[in-house]
Design a protein. Structure first.
Length: 160
């Protein structure tokens, strides 16, 4: 499924649309299951930072985030039988410490940034760049588990 931002679409709406589309795509094949779809985007200075296209793009993103605070939006959607039950965006503010060019180059060389929105993962080596998180760390990782568990419980799914 292509993940393409529509010009003028607010970041929260984009993440919600993608989460809904992902949940619906799977839900239509498994009618009895509750399916979770999610999408994460990084926003810095109103710029949406998706997955980098190459090493130079990853370097550009990391340099933009260096020493600054940005917003991570992860939207999730629950679907059953091809219908959305609930969908919601969750935001966290993440502050990076100042990065050196050598740190950015070394990180890009790990290839970790290439499948991550904003070119970093909090759960990996990139987590060392973060000086502060306001909000859910799980959200930054790509799934706001507390919010998803609460939503699932509203539809009869209980924790073990």
């Amino acid at each position: 499924m292509p993940e393409e931002h529509v010009a003028g679409e607010p970041p929260r709406d984009y993440a919600l649309r993608m989460a809904r589309d992902k949940a619906l795509a799977v839900s239509s094949r498994f009618a009895d299951a509750i399916v979770i779809g999610a999408d994460t985007i990084v926003v810095c200075d109103s710029h949406i930072l998706e997955k980098p296209t190459d090493a130079n793009d990853a370097r550009r993103m990391l340099a933009m985030l260096s020493g600054r605070t940005h917003t991570v939006v992860t939207a999730f959607a629950l679907a059953r039988a091809g219908k959305i039950l609930e969908a919601s965006p969750v935001e966290s503010n993440v502050t990076f410490r100042k990065l050196t060019d050598a740190e950015i180059d070394a990180y890009v060389a790990t290839e970790e940034p290439f499948d991550k929105a904003g070119a970093y993962g909090i759960q990996g080596v990139g987590g060392g760049f973060i000086s502060h998180v306001e909000g859910s760390r799980d959200n930054v990782m790509g799934l706001p588990t507390e919010n998803v568990v609460a939503a699932l419980s509203r539809f009869g799914v209980r924790r073990l």
